[in-house]
Ligand binder design. Structure first.
Ligand code: LAG
Ligand code: CA
Length: 457
């Protein structure tokens, strides 16, 4: 990493997908900052096509770059950035720059447009033309069509044009001026690396960048083509964790790039799930775990924060049964404040706070003292800074483990209770079914002598 990149290192990112700005601000102050989250990733803040709140995906159809979205206006956005910074949390913005909206005529901000005509911003000559649509077969053999034709009929910006590059950079630089620290580049796979590199060269400062380039075996566009620009969202990571956590997690001992991950650890942003993958059918090969998997989902996230690979991104959003359905909203789709107790939001970020502290405490250490039970229980140390046991069995497991930690009594930061490590570094621990025990230096013990389950909620 260069010094400039190090300055914007994200730490543990949390993706508060579809939270409104007021709620993100409150979460930064009350939860994320105190827990030690390094960054929060927020949804697209620009004005988008409106479906009146019936769907979530209208936010991936930009109408213009004004910050009048269903999450709040520019003042609310700025307040959020300032509140997060005051809490020590950086802000990453999901930027939709490959395309403009392909449907509708009005936006959340009350702006009028039509396909290929966004008054004051873009007209028909700013789009790839003649127009074409991306076919499934193109992914296998035609990078040009993946990057120059329309993704699901969305107006495909001519990112080769100087004017378009200038407008996109102006939008991103405006966000930087408001204090934003980094960007997720939506649909980066559909923008050529040359075009994206040219846009990046116009950006102010040195924002942290992670690019959505979904890996597909043998495809014409590969994540590795984008690592010169920034990090890549590693989609293989979540697919592999789903396979293991619905199988036998003992195999995770060798988990790393050799498993077929698309980029190296230093270029990967990793996640158990995101808004697209959580909605894939359970049978889909590219699907992932999601909050509906309950304790298993939580254990996979514990593993992500304990195992040294990539930069972790924890996902926290609204609950759903209809895959298209939008978040809780009022007044024509404006997202209402996140409520963590009415069942409409997962607030999963709150379940991972102890493991965020673990992640921060063990940076710079490597894995040691690996052990497993030949099935679904694993345990390992991170140097002499932390130790974790993950029990994905349906029954509890009691063992004497080598933790590598100095003698003492430590609270279980993955749940409740405590663990006493003796002078030889070993500890006798009962890990309940479908739960985890994690201990780390820098914590003080809780009075409770027993370990309680972490799984159910
Ligand atoms: C992304 N990354 O590359 C987002 O992560 C993903 O969620 C976006 O798709 C996509 N790319 C475009 O930014 C989502 C929905 C689509 C939806 C699209 C635009 O998964 O279903 O398409 O956002 O709103 C919808 C309709 C399509 C229609 C299209 C254009 O489902 O049938 O053709 O809108 O009108
Ligand atoms: Ca494109």
């Amino acid at each position: 990493e260069t010094a400039a990149n190090a300055a914007s290192a994200p730490g543990v990112t949390v993706n508060l997908w579809n939270w409104n700005w007021k709620s993100v601000a409150r979460e930064c102050t009350d939860v994320l900052g105190p827990a030690g989250y390094g960054s929060v990733q927020v949804s697209p803040p620009n004005d988008s096509m409106s479906k009146g709140g019936s769907v979530w995906w209208d936010i991936y159809q930009p109408a213009r770059y004004t910050l009048t979205s269903k999450f709040g206006d520019e003042a609310a956005f700025k307040n959020m950035v300032d509140a997060c910074h005051a809490a020590g949390v950086k802000v990453q913005v999901d930027t939709v720059i490959n395309h403009m909206t392909g449907q509708g005529a009005t936006s959340y901000g009350g702006y009028g447009f039509s396909k290929y005509n966004y008054p004051g911003l873009y007209s028909s000559w700013d789009f790839h033309s003649p127009t074409c649509g991306i076919d499934n077969a193109d992914y296998g053999n035609n990078a040009w069509r993946v990057q120059n034709c329309e993704l699901v009929s969305l107006s495909d910006l001519n990112t080769g044009s100087d004017y378009v590059r200038g407008q996109i950079a102006a939008y991103m630089n405006k966000l930087t001026d408001l204090g934003v620290d980094g960007f997720r580049i939506d649909a980066a796979k559909h923008i050529s690396p040359d075009d994206l590199g040219a846009i990046k060269s116009r950006l102010k400062g040195s924002p942290y960048i992670h690019q959505e380039v979904i890996y597909g075996q043998g495809e014409a566009v590969q994540p590795s083509q984008y690592t010169g620009i920034g990090d890549v969202d590693e989609f293989v990571y979540g697919r592999k964790l789903k396979e293991q956590f619905t199988g036998q997690i003992k195999y995770l001992q060798s988990f790393g790039q050799s498993w077929g991950l698309s980029v190296g650890s230093d270029k990967a942003m990793v996640f158990v799930d995101n808004h697209d993958t959580e909605r894939k059918d359970a049978s889909a090969g590219d699907g992932t775990l999601n909050y509906k998997y309950g304790a298993t989902y939580k254990l996979a996230n514990v593993f992500m924060l304990a195992w040294p690979y990539g930069k972790p991104n924890v996902y926290s959003s609204f609950t759903w049964s209809n895959k298209d359905g939008g978040p809780p909203s009022a007044n024509g789709g404006f997202v209402t404040d996140t409520n963590c107790s009415n069942g409409q939001w997962t607030c999963f970020d709150r379940e991972m706070t102890g493991m965020v502290g673990f992640y921060n405490a063990v940076q710079g250490t490597s894995v040691g003292n690996w052990t497993d039970n030949g099935g679904n229980l694993i345990a390992f140390s991170r140097g002499d800074k932390g130790w974790v046991a993950i029990n994905n069995e349906n029954g509890s497991v009691t063992r004497t483990f080598t933790t590598g930690l100095p003698a003492g009594t430590y609270p279980n930061v993955a749940g409740g209770g405590s663990v006493t490590v003796n002078s030889g570094g070993t500890a006798s621990v009962t890990v309940p079914a479908k739960s985890a025990v994690a201990i780390r230096v820098g914590t003080s013990a809780t009075p409770s002598p027993t370990v309680t389950p972490t799984g159910d909620k």
